[in-house]
Ligand binder design. Structure first.
Ligand SMILES: CCC(=O)SCCNC(=O)CCNC(=O)[C@H](O)C(C)(C)COP(=O)(O)OP(=O)(O)OC[C@H]1O[C@@H](n2cnc3c(N)ncnc32)[C@H](O)[C@@H]1OP(=O)(O)O
Length: 636
């Protein structure tokens, strides 16, 4: 018998597709509902139906209160480990609940009620978890904005979400520099038209900040007053279909998409994954080394582990340089983590600094059972290196901000399937993954095409985009009627393994961060000297891909090219943020185009990556490609 035969996966997946309502109704028994669903799946609601219609629930209750009531009060809920500040702290479930009750009461004093939006522009500190759960407790909708975004990006999100309140901090901490959040927040509020009523600011000891009279309030003062007065907000019952959070993700234009997550489906799906996909038991220590600004952080630093009664590690540090390539192994051994979830880019960085894995052998990793990778395609050399060094299963899994949890993975809890390098393994329950051609016709095994998911999507996936049903329909459901378009391309093999090979749109993946090249082109085009531009992702040994901007200057511009290129790099950092890792702007005399005017991005990318390429038959001016080759060579 091989491991394939021992896994319950095939039976479970088949049952989830044959009887989705029965399958998810059974999974829903793990959740404490205030009122049960009248319909497990109501096809008449929303863009493709809604899960757990009619049910009333509270996400914070399921993450905290019920564990405190059921014997986990003194168990550690959160370990905060920050090599960047040299501190480690812990919160039991009871302590976390007390913090959340108090902050939720403070938010209510500011008039925040069910359905109101609250933006969090926060670093990786315990208060971020407190804030997210406090929103969930009172039915407010949080929207966390990643700290590596610039003021303009924050302003766009403020204008879209129209928050009543913003919670932020004086600073984030990056290796070697303090990122002052407060000036970025002030600038963003200045740029936005939807002004919040108030801001609550966490003053970190590393950075002082000025509070604006009448608008800004000191977090620590509000907290201590609320605790002294024994203020406690109760859990507010919300509909299972009410939004828990909005998380913005790059769209194909500069305007990000506000992915909505509902309460009920999210609870059921995430709770199911902790044991069945990740193989983690309540009470065990789990570590997701992402940022709370990404969906991975929402699902597996905050909600998944707490819904499951596990202990979650929140890490404010990097895989290398804080202080060395042993940082991850120190955290695992010190806190006894049974699983680590991170991005392949982190492992590429560790491998570069410690190719022999000598740091790994300095630590006791005996509790570590599994390494999970996601956020970008896990390249086989990285997976192989991790397997050899750690000697535990290394599981790539594929998901998207929109789905909120794994589309394809290897279900440890159901029984591991054989690993095939380069594949995130098989579709998870509820996901009917298919590969189709442009006419939505299914393609045979082994043939590349568009990866789509037959509707309905399982619980936990996006019901819509924030106040943009039509954009959601057009973006995801219009091109392949009856299916969700992932915008990922790839194939499935004879065994049903999924291979995700690239995007079908302009999104690139830089160190696990999803970015729109179209959005970057809008920034480049705003430079007064730029006539035309193209941004494309080129291969990078650590980050996977990095953006490269090609610019054509307006005729008559005689300024030094290098100076203009520097200005453009700064412009992207100032407008989009450091997270874009945009460091390469190259001036070219013209952009290679087809006779119909389309920029030949694919060919440019091949040249930049040093891959084989052929002259496209439709090219307007073949010499334009020589110009590109020369310009790239001069910059390398
Ligand atoms: C499955 C669905 C999904 O895909 S959800 C997304 C999953 N993705 C992830 O979890 C991201 C994984 N990547 C990482 O955690 C980081 O890239 C790791 C591997 C830790 C490396 O970090 P780092 O060396 O800082 O590189 P980077 O490319 O992330 O950063 C580029 C520049 O941005 C900065 N930055 C980063 N984070 C922040 C932040 N929170 N606040 C302010 N600035 C930030 C970095 O300092 C870096 O700046 P600089 O250019 O070096 O000056």
């Amino acid at each position: 018998m091989n491991s394939h035969d021992k896994s319950r996966y095939h039976e479970v997946h088949a049952r989830s597709l044959a009887d989705p309502e029965g399958f998810w109704a059974e999974a829903a028994r793990e959740i404490d509902w205030i009122e049960p669903a009248t319909k497990v799946f109501d096809r008449s609601q929303g863009l493709y139906g809604r899960w757990f219609a009619g049910a009333k629930v509270n996400t914070c209750y399921n993450a905290l209160d019920r564990h405190v009531a059921n014997g986990r009060a003194d168990q550690v809920a959160l370990i905060h480990d920050s090599p960047l500040t040299g501190s480690i702290s812990q919160f039991t479930y009871a302590e976390m609940l007390r913090e959340v009750q108090a902050l939720a009461a403070v938010m209510q004093d500011f008039g925040v009620a069910k359905g109101d939006r609250v933006i969090l522009y926060m670093p990786m500190v315990p208060e971020s978890m407190v804030a997210m759960l406090a929103c969930a407790r009172i039915g407010a909708v949080h929207s966390v904005v990643f700290g590596g975004f610039a003021a303009k990006e924050l302003a766009t999100r403020i204008d879209d979400a129209k928050p009543k309140l913003i919670l932020s901090a004086s600073c984030g901490i990056e290796p070697g520099r303090i990122v002052k959040y407060k000036p970025l927040l002030d600038e963003a509020i200045k740029l936005s038209t939807a002004k919040p009523d108030a801001c609550i600011i966490l003053a970190r000891p590393q950075q002082e900040c000025e509070l604006i009279e009448g608008r800004d309030h000191d977090w620590a003062k509000l907290r201590s007053e609320a605790l002294a007065a024994d203020k406690k907000a109760d859990c507010v019952a919300v509909d299972a279909t009410d939004p828990l959070y909005i998380l913005y993700t790059s769209g194909t234009t500069g305007k990000p998409k506000g992915v909505v997550r509902d309460n009920g489906g999210h609870l059921v799906a995430l709770k199911w994954t902790m044991e069945n996909l990740y193989g983690v038991k309540p009470g065990e220590v789990w570590w997701c080394a992402s940022d709370i600004g990404w969906v991975v952080g929402h699902s597996y630093i905050i909600y998944g582990p707490l819904l499951h009664g596990a202990t979650s590690i929140m890490y404010e540090g990097k895989p290398v340089g804080t202080p060395d390539a042993g940082a991850f192994w120190r955290v695992i051994s010190e806190h006894g983590a049974v699983a680590l979830f991170t991005a392949p880019t982190a492992f590429r960085a560790i491998r570069k600094d410690d190719p022999e894995g000598s740091f790994i052998r300095k630590y006791d990793l005996s509790k570590l059972r599994t390494l999970f990778l996601a956020g970008e395609r896990a390249d086989p050399p990285t997976v192989e290196w991790a397997e050899q060094q750690l000697k535990v299963p290394v599981i790539d899994h594929w998901w998207q901000t929109e789905t909120g949890w794994c589309i394809a993975g290897n279900p440890v809890g159901l029984g591991l399937l054989p690993v095939k390098h380069g594949s995130p393994t098989v579709p998870m329950p509820g996901y009917d993954v298919q590969v189709v051609d442009e006419g939505a016709r299914p393609l045979p095994a082994g043939t590349m095409g568009s990866i789509v998911i037959k509707l309905p999507l399982p619980p936990g996936c996006l019901p819509t985009l924030w106040q943009q049903d039509e954009r959601c329909r057009e973006s995801y459901f219009a091109d392949y009627p009856g299916f969700y378009k992932t915008s990922d391309a790839g194939y499935m093999d004879e065994d049903g393994y999924v291979f995700v090979m690239g995007r079908t749109d302009d999104i690139i993946n830089v160190a696990g961060h999803r970015l729109s090249t179209g959005g970057m082109e809008e920034i480049l085009a705003s430079h007064p000297d730029v006539a035309e531009c193209a941004v494309l992702g080129i291969n990078d040994t650590i980050k996977g891909e990095v953006p490269c901007g090609l610019i054509v200057l307006k005729s008559g511009v005689t300024r030094d090219h290098a100076e203009i290129e520097k200005e453009i790099v700064k412009l992207v950092r100032d407008k989009l943020g450091p997270v874009a890792a945009f460091k390469l702007a190259i001036t070219v005399p013209r952009l290679p185009k087809t006779r119909s005017g389309k920029i030949l991005r694919g060919t440019i990318k091949k040249i930049a990556d040093g891959d084989e390429w052929a002259m496209p038959a439709t090219i307007e001016d073949p010499t334009a490609l020589d110009d590109i080759s020369t310009a790239l060579k001069n910059h390398s």
